[in-house]
Structures are given as C-alpha cells and as structure tokens.
Ligand binder design. Structure first.
Ligand code: GLA
Length: 380
C-alpha cells in the first residue's frame, strides 16, 4: 500500500480528534440526564487528501495496518468493527448532502482501544469533521456530533447516548463540560485539581459483552420509565424522576429495574454534587463521589467486573488517593483515579504489582489532561 506509507502521504488537511474521560455521570446520557466529560490528550490523527476519483475512497489505519476501500455509491456495513465507524459516518453524511467525492485518509491513534475512553467517538467525529472541512459541506459542530452518534446506532449497533461525541468535538482545554443531555445546554467548568492528578488505569479487560449489555441497560431504564409514567405524568425520562417517586412504585417493578432506575437517579445527583465540589475546589468530596459512583455502577447498574472492583477497592486503602471508579460503558476499560502528585508513582507501582498477582494482567496507566476537542492541525 505504497500511497499510504506515512512519509510519502502529502495531505490537504490534518485533523486531530481526541478520546474522552468522564468525571461522573455514566449511562445518564441516554436517560436524558447530566454528564461531566472532557476530551483528553490521547487522539487520532487523520490525514486527508482529495483523490481524483468521483466515488472511490481509501482509508488506511496505521494501527491495524489495514486499509479499507469504499465506493460512495454503495456504502454498506462491514463485518470489521473499526470500518463501521468510518462507513457509518459516510452513510450519515450522505443523508445530508451529495457533495462527498473520492478521498484518501490515513489514521494514526494514541487512544487506547476498548478502554472506556471512547476511541470510537474520536474516530467518528474526526472523520465527520475532516470530511466537512475537505469538501466544505457546511455542517455545524452540532451536526457533526449528532451524525457521529447516529453512525454508531446504525452501523455499529450500540444505542449510545450523546456524551462521547459531544466531548470529543466540543471540549476546551482545562475544563470539563457540564452537559444536559436533554437540551444539550452546557457549561464549561474550569478544572484545577492541583496537587492531585487524574490517573487512568487500564484494566486491559476487553469488554466484548459491553455492546449487548449496554443496549439491555437502556431497555431496562425504559421499562422503569414506563412504570413511573403511569403514576407521574411529569416523568418523560429518568431525569425527571426522584428517589421518592421511585420508592412509591417499588412494588410494581422487578427488582432489577428498580436498581437500574435508582442508579441513574443517584448518578444525576452525583453530577450536580461533583460540579459543586469542583467549583468549591473541594477535592475530598469529589473523590468520595467517585467511590460512591463506583459502588452504584457495581451493585445497582451491575456493569463492573472483578478487575475494576479490585482496583477501586485497593485504591481505598492508599493514602493520597481521594477517589476511584470504573469509567465508560462498563465491564472493564479504565478506572479514573484522583491521586496526589507525590504518591502517583508509588501508587502505580503498588497497584500494578497486586493486579498482576491477582489476575496475571499488566496494568497500563496514563495521566488524563483535560484538552480541547476535534481540531484542524493543518490545511493546505
Ligand atoms: C459509552 C457510550 C456513552 C455513555 C457511556 C456510559 O461510552 O458511548 O454514550 O453512555 O458509555 O456513560
């Protein structure tokens, strides 16, 4: 694949699109609630150029050393997962405009895959953002966010919420976004954690189950809403419900549905509490909210796994660690930890050793720096 040799590829456009972290607010997005994410300094770099073709596009992934040829007249789902993110985005763009023409693109990523930091949104949003620039499609940032989310629904099959795509595109350096997933109203909250750091620990547990379980959780929440609605006509989604309301319908609900709803209602409250803690620079409270969030997603939403539980429990005994929880869609990925800068190295050393002893898996770690969203690095 000569033309894709990274050195010889002369791009018209270079785009960087980041992964994201989420301080708190898991699975609240598709329940129309609140989230507190931001982009991080791990990103996918896209090099684009128009080719002379009307319909033929080539996309090369350096990390997989695989390329994909697309005929714009026949964009269909693939059996290869990463290809569906690209194809899904092209398919959604074609619903909005007929201005797409042949292009070549190379991808190179520092976002760890399947680790709860949304390499998928980075890929979708970078592709959409880049094609918008390359062909002057006139799409707005909100169009890019929305079509990228839709691509995941239609071509990948995960009924995801809006958080990841919103964070990937809209983030600002040194801020987290308090996002209302119902109205998309948002506020940029400055984040200064000094002398603490955001440490991400990658469990390296693959979350294959995540997509089907994810869709199941979404359905369970909808079942909860249907029961709540019968009694309270103000409840359109779980963001409208309170714990008091939920308790009054407990006997009409399967216990699993009850636990799912309870988690979402409490998780929305935690987003508000975390926002307040950040504004007041109350990092001790911020850390406690992380631990509480983890208990909820482990016991009520049941999307944790032994590896994540182990890491979070171990962290509780370490001085200088204020809080920890599993982050993202569930069943592994990364934990997010709030750790004093003086103990970061010792903490990582100690937790990696016990983790290896317990599971035979090597932890990897990195620091999460709140960073800006998808952007143009170069344009001819
Ligand atoms: C995945 C989804 C998001 C969100 C998180 C859980 O990352 O893509 O929409 O639901 O899981 O908070």
């Amino acid at each position: 694949m000569d033309i894709y040799t990274m050195n010889s590829f002369d791009p018209d456009l270079i785009i960087e699109s980041p992964g994201r972290i989420n301080l708190i607010g898991e699975h609240t997005d598709y329940n129309m609630g609140y989230v507190l994410p931001t982009a991080i300094n791990k990103k996918i770099t896209f090099r684009f150029r128009k080719n002379k073709s009307e319909h033929i596009c080539k996309v090369y992934s350096k990390d997989f050393d695989k390329s994909l040829t697309i005929d714009l007249r026949k964009v269909v789902r693939s059996i290869t997962e990463w290809e569906n993110y690209v194809l899904g985005v092209i398919n959604e763009i074609q619903k909005l405009t007929d201005e797409l023409r042949g292009f070549d693109c190379t991808l190179e990523s520092t976002v760890p895959l399947g680790s709860g930091v949304s390499s998928s949104a980075a890929l979708e949003c970078g592709m959409a953002f880049g094609l918008n620039q390359l062909f002057n499609l006139g799409l707005s940032e909100s169009d890019i966010v929305a079509l990228s989310q839709k691509a995941e629904h239609t071509f990948v099959g995960t009924q995801c919420g809006i958080m990841d795509q919103f964070a990937s595109v809209m983030s600002r350096e040194d801020h987290v976004i308090l996002l209302d997933c119902n109205t998309l109203e948002h506020e940029y909250i400055p984040i200064n954690l000094e002398p603490y750091k955001i440490v991400l620990l990658n469990t390296h547990v693959s979350h294959n189950l995540a997509s089907s379980e994810y869709n199941t959780r979404k359905m369970e929440c909808e079942q909860g809403v249907a029961i709540l609605k019968k009694k309270y006509d103000t409840v359109g989604t779980l963001r409208d419900a309170t714990l008091e309301m939920l308790k009054t319908v407990k006997d009409e609900m399967d216990n699993t549905i009850y636990k799912r709803c309870m988690f979402i209602i409490e998780e929305n409250e935690r987003v508000m509490a975390m926002t307040k803690a950040l504004k007041e620079n109350d990092l001790k409270t911020a850390g406690k909210i992380l631990y509480d969030g983890h208990s909820g997603l482990s016991e009520l939403y049941e999307i944790s796994c032994p590896e994540s539980d182990f890491l979070v429990n171990f962290s509780k005994g370490i001085p200088g660690v204020l809080g920890a929880r599993q982050m993202g869609g569930g069943f592994g990925g990364c934990t997010i930890n709030l750790v004093h800068e003086d103990v970061v190295d010792d903490y990582i050393r100690a937790i990696s050793a016990v983790y290896y002893e317990e599971f035979g898996l090597r932890l990897t770690s990195f620091e999460g720096f709140p960073s800006k969203g998808t952007s143009i690095i170069y344009k001819k």
